[in-house]
Design a protein around this ligand. Sequence first.
Ligand SMILES: C[S@@+](CC[C@H](N)C(=O)[O-])C[C@H]1O[C@@H](n2cnc3c(N)ncnc32)[C@H](O)[C@@H]1O
Length: 256
Amino acid sequence: MPADDYLGLQQAVRQRLGLDLSHYKREQMERRLRAYAQQHGYGNLEGLAKAMGREASLGQELLSYLTIHVSEFFRDPDFFTRLRELLSTLPATKPLEVWSAGCSIGAEAYSLAMLLLEERGATMARVLATDIDERSLERAKAGVYREDELKKVDKERLRRYFVQSGTEFRVQEDLRRLITFRHHDLLQDPYPERQDLILFRNVAIYFTESAKAQVLLGFSQALAPHGLLMVGATEAILRPNEVGLRQVRPFFFARA
Ligand SMILES: C[S@@+](CC[C@H](N)C(=O)[O-])C[C@H]1O[C@@H](n2cnc3c(N)ncnc32)[C@H](O)[C@@H]1O
């Protein structure tokens, strides 16, 4: 175990989970990990690192704990209004390739799919939705949501795209089939190509500046020549040209 117990745990997390914590802001990660170790009876970071070798399920548990999954349908509705306006700039003669990067429980991907279905029709768009956290992806694939996660979905869409069962709502198959959910680590896996639209929102909040720059550069190369990257308020891009991007509207970027 290195003298610095955080670095020791970082090593254990990399070996067991393939997650490289050096790309995430240390202060926030360390605070969360120390709290976790104490609350779950591991005492300190060294205890937690040792337990990772013994307890098979601890790894996924920890990964879910470290990554923040808060999400909801049509989160920040203004973004979706802007997006609807900009959709007309994307090609209409082929199915659009759209990527929800860091999709969490799938609310963003399903919101996108509704918009695309309404604007382009079922055969003219495909959504790839990826996340590093398997538990979130399982929820996303199941497509079952609580009312509070759906409060920005209007009644018409609720009726059209969901089936209610008690207090829960299940996504209808015609929406579900537009989306492919897949495990993907933005900090180490290869990116898909020729994307018409990429959404990257509320994901980079704990990334270091260099990790964020690496991801943005990856997006600029993953975009089709006319493609658009849409970022969230937490992903402000101060010098887009340094990562191969140019700003076209607030929160929207194209390849430089
Ligand atoms: C707060 S959620 C954002 C969900 C959605 N984009 C939204 O705006 O509502 C952040 C997601 O980023 C994911 N994430 C964090 N690091 C990641 C990485 N290296 N690669 C892929 N996803 C990551 C987390 O697992 C989490 O589900």
